[in-house]
Ligand binder design. Structure first.
Ligand SMILES: Nc1ncnc2c1ncn2[C@@H]1O[C@H](COP(=O)(O)OP(=O)(O)OP(=O)(O)O)[C@@H](O)[C@H]1O
Ligand SMILES: CC(=O)N[C@H]1[C@@H]2OC[C@@H](O2)[C@@H](O)[C@@H]1O[C@H](C)C(=O)O
Length: 379
């Protein structure tokens, strides 16, 4: 597909700022990337602005009700406004940290917060006020990255694979990148350059919820609770019998998928440490369940996202995958910034009308451009 000429008529290669507030609801990640949406230059500064616990709780409550929530519900509007202010702060802070003049930043890629993801019902819902962000930063804001894909019959996720492929352009193949956020997703790059991606299953979300319930902590730091317990094979087997794992990709998940299945599998009868061990093993074994769907076994796996800090998950992954497993940092990447960097890259692509998704990444019928732009003077 021919690229659209860049809006300002200048060389599209330059700094783009990406921001992601992921399904874990831990914070807003922001990162600068020098790119034109095809070539990658410098990966600039990055940071995370944590979500205040009150806002996190409110967003979580909105997620629970998202199916029936009205877009103008006052509690939604106020949470969205607060979330947007946090994004503006994160944008300004990362620009200041990078020492880049704000005028040198071409655009912001603003993913927003997913409240609901039901691609089969042609619904995917990210909140965040792009106009307010453009007004607060004085920068063009690209947002609404997933709708066009879903409207065309795609899964609307994952969208990071094209960025993974750009990062791995020199790597020996076949290779897989595993992102363990709230949900897990894999990007497979084959010998012939084929790109396949899908959500693998739970990432950390179930374990986060379990840890909060049993310890009051937001997550199982280092995987210590899980490492102190023993996975229950019977519960694990029931969890892995979920039809999602046999389903041929493309496929994607909502943060809350598997919660009911976990209850039905008998998770709640387990002691805190054993439940955590079972969930850590579930995350890893769900990734192994992706293997039959890949065109060939990856020669190695690179893990990014917060789950790479969980040693219990990593240990199970090494056992389950039968191939070397390294972390983003081993590749020289910043594993906490990759999704934010990806939305900087995707913003640059969106501005040029380049596809954000492909039949192999979301199941969309044809390479699909996406994203909408708000210019600061029209905000
Ligand atoms: N030190 C740590 N030890 C164990 N787990 C950790 C640690 N730090 C982060 N995590 C896990 O990583 C999660 C956050 O990961 P990440 O920021 O990649 O998710 P996200 O971007 O919100 O999700 P998604 O990719 O699904 O959108 C936390 O909720 C926690 O479960
Ligand atoms: C709908 C949505 O926000 N999905 C997220 C989620 O978190 C991980 C996984 O599920 C992935 O499909 C996606 O995020 C990344 C950024 C993506 O689109 O690649």
């Amino acid at each position: 597909m021919a690229a659209k000429p860049h809006a300002a008529g200048r060389d599209p290669f330059g700094w783009h700022l990406g921001m992601m507030s992921g399904t874990s609801l831990d914070g807003v990640d922001a990162a600068l990337v020098e790119t034109d949406g095809e070539r990658l230059g410098r990966l600039g500064a990055s940071l995370t602005v944590p979500l205040p616990s009150g806002l996190r709780r409110r967003l979580r409550a909105l997620m629970e009700r998202a199916e029936t929530l009205a877009a103008d519900a006052p509690e939604l509007v106020s949470a969205e406004a607060e979330l947007t202010v946090l994004h503006a702060e994160a944008a300004k802070a990362v620009i200041a940290r990078a020492g880049v003049a704000a005028g040198e930043v071409r655009a912001i890629g603003f993913h927003g917060q997913t409240l609901l993801h039901r691609p089969k019902a042609r619904r995917t819902w990210q909140i965040g006020d792009a106009r307010a962000l453009a007004a607060a930063t004085g920068l063009p804001v690209v947002h609404d990255f997933r709708s066009a894909d879903v409207a065309a019959g795609g899964e609307g996720a994952p969208l990071v694979p094209l960025f993974h492929a750009a990062l791995l352009c020199q790597a020996e193949r076949p290779i897989a990148v595993l992102n363990l956020g709230g949900v897990g997703n894999v990007t497979f790059l084959g010998l012939g350059g084929e790109l396949l991606a899908f959500d693998t299953g739970p990432g950390n979300a179930l374990l986060d919820d379990w840890t909060l319930r049993h310890t009051g902590h937001a997550y199982d730091s280092g995987g210590r609770l899980a490492a102190s317990g023993r996975a229950d094979e019977a519960v694990l087997e029931r969890l892995l019998a979920h039809p999602y794992f046999a389903r041929t990709p493309p496929k994607s998940l909502d943060r809350l998928d598997f919660r009911e299945a976990a209850g039905q599998a008998g998770l709640d009868r387990l002691a805190p440490a054993d439940g955590a061990a079972t969930l850590a093993a579930f995350t890893a074994r769900a990734v192994a369940a992706a293997l039959p769907h890949l065109p060939s076994p990856p020669r190695r796996w690179v893990v990014c996202g917060g789950g790479r800090h969980n040693r219990a998950i990593l240990r199970c992954l090494v056992e389950a995958l039968g191939a070397p497993v390294s972390t983003a940092e081993d590749e020289g990447w910043d594993g906490d910034a990759i999704e934010a960097q990806a939305f900087a890259f995707l913003a640059a692509r969106s501005l040029r009308g380049l596809p954000l998704s492909l039949p192999g990444t979301t199941g969309v019928p044809r390479p699909m451009p996406g994203g909408r732009v708000v210019l600061p003077h029209t905000a």
